[in-house]
Design a protein around this ligand. Structure first.
Ligand SMILES: Cc1cc2nc3c(=O)[nH]c(=O)nc-3n(C[C@H](O)[C@H](O)[C@H](O)COP(=O)(O)OP(=O)(O)OC[C@H]3O[C@@H](n4cnc5c(N)ncnc54)[C@H](O)[C@@H]3O)c2cc1C
Length: 428
């Protein structure tokens, strides 16, 4: 097993950079156990797609890119057991070949399975929980190098499934999958006010999300209905819209917006106009859930109780339209079903996700602070993989199982082998 000395970690957004003393990509569970027994301070990195400093390591950084095989696939039971380093896109491709699919997905599939699950990564659809809900069982190697199996039937599963890498290294997972399906994607623009007014109707779609380019009065409305009908998306549309316009033209416009601040609002109105559509297509589920990878940007996203969705949306719309901020990035609004996972942002409540997104510039710290103040006033819970600054007191007040999680963590890792600065700040 090759151990690299002096490894420079950079996350996807490049807002986090850290030098770990050692770096290793183990290929077997025995190697993972050996590393855990040998080193005092360990963190695991998936794909490094988190904005928060979760993957900073004081000593050893482990990556499971070479621990990514399929262990077994039970088509009759619709379950698959995989090694934890597998990427979501690898899972999408191999399941698709067999006529199966993941039940729900977020916007991209570059993340590792364990990394996405560990932070509560989610898609959109009020009847669908975060990605962790697709896990039936997982193995974790704890600080003593012992293998613990967590099964969905037990409460300990809820304690550990969203664990931010601070309980140990997840090595294997069994997932519930589903027969391949397609999505009927109907996308168009509509006034933000009207969408807020008729939110309950939109929430009846299987999957529904909004994109907003402030200060535009309209939002882009995405509605997806699950279907078995054949795909009918045109190849020309895909090349023109998904490959050229959504990737290259958008990147150029973001760059222009970075250079000339006062062009941002007209660009945002133009972009909204381009999405007027309507788009009406049927395509494989993962090809619709996943969008082209966006340009580098900064991001915070918080989950709020859906019961207050209308009031929060109105406040949020006002916050960004009446401020002096200029945005040159999409603001996304999504919805997920509540769950029982102790550290889940959606614990015990169906949720609306709202965030602040912008290309990094001199406004960002202020945007983040302003949004966070708003979010805390509404008892939001920050996405663990995105940017946030909250106190332990705030977490305790807003996560009913916060103290239980700390107790669970103290038992699982009494010597804080799997803690780094951010974990200490949040949970120690
Ligand atoms: C362009 C982009 C789009 C995104 N879209 C979405 C979205 O649609 N929805 C959403 O909710 N989020 C989204 N995110 C956030 C992203 O899904 C999360 O930050 C996710 O955790 C990143 O996965 P990763 O594999 O890169 O994990 P990393 O960022 O590398 O790690 C995340 C956490 O997982 C832990 N971890 C990784 N592997 C293991 C393991 N084997 N055992 C134990 N712990 C482990 C790490 O220690 C760390 O605490 C997006 C991020 C980007 C950059």
């Amino acid at each position: 097993m090759k151990i690299t000395t002096g490894y420079n970690f950079k996350n996807w957004a490049r807002n986090i950079q850290n030098k770990s003393q050692y770096y290793c990509q183990p290929e077997t569970e025995e190697e993972i156990i050996e590393l855990i027994r040998k080193y005092a301070k360990i963190r695991v990195v998936g794909t490094g797609h988190s904005w928060s400093a979760l993957c900073e390591s004081e000593e050893l950084l482990i990556n499971l890119d070479k621990f990514n095989k399929v262990i077994s696939f039970d088509k009759a039971q619709e379950t698959i057991r995989v090694q934890a380093g597998i990427k979501l896109y690898q899972l999408n491709e191999l399941l698709d070949k067999e006529g199966f699919a993941l039940i729900n997905l977020g916007s991209i599939a570059k993340q590792s399975l364990a990394g996405a699950i560990a932070t509560g990564t989610h898609g959109s659809g009020i009847a669908f929980q975060c990605l962790a809900s697709q896990v039936l069982e997982f193995n974790l190697i704890n600080a003593n190098g012992e293998k613990i199996t967590y099964n969905k039937e037990e409460e300990a599963f809820n304690a550990a499934i969203i664990g931010l890498g601070c309980l140990g290294v997840i090595t294997e997972m069994t997932l519930k999958v589903t027969k391949a399906f397609r999505l009927h994607d109907q996308t168009y623009t509509y006034t933000f006010d009207e969408v807020i007014e008729h939110l309950d109707t939109y929430l009846q779609y299987d999957h529904f999300k909004l994109w907003w380019f402030p200060p535009t009065k309209e939002v882009v409305v995405y509605t997806y209905t699950r279907t078995q009908q054949e795909s009918n998306d045109s190849k020309i549309r895909k090349i023109l819209k998904d490959d050229i316009l959504s990737v290259w033209a958008y990147r150029i416009l973001v760059k222009v917006g970075n250079l000339v601040n006062k062009w941002r609002n007209p660009i945002n109105r133009f972009l909204t106009g381009q999405m007027k559509g309507p788009l009406d297509r049927i395509e494989k589920s993962f090809l619709v859930f996943n969008v082209p990878e966006p340009p580098k940007h900064r991001e915070t996203e918080w989950a709020f109780d859906i019961k207050n969705a209308k009031e929060i949306l109105k406040g949020y719309q006002q916050l960004f339209t009446e401020s002096d901020f200029t945005f040159n990035f999409i603001q996304e609004i999504r919805f997920t079903k509540g769950d029982e996972f102790w550290l889940s942002e959606c614990y015990g409540r169906d949720s609306i996700w709202i965030g602040a997104y912008n290309h990094e510039d001199e406004q960002w710290d202020n945007i983040l602070k302003t949004f966070e103040t708003f979010a805390m006033q509404h008892h939001g819970r920050p996405h663990w993989g995105k940017e946030f600054n909250v106190s332990k007191e705030y977490l305790e007040a807003n996560y009913p199982k916060y103290k239980d999680f700390i107790m669970h963590k103290e038992q699982a890792d009494p010597n804080e082998k799997f803690s780094n600065n951010i974990i200490k700040k949040l949970f120690c």
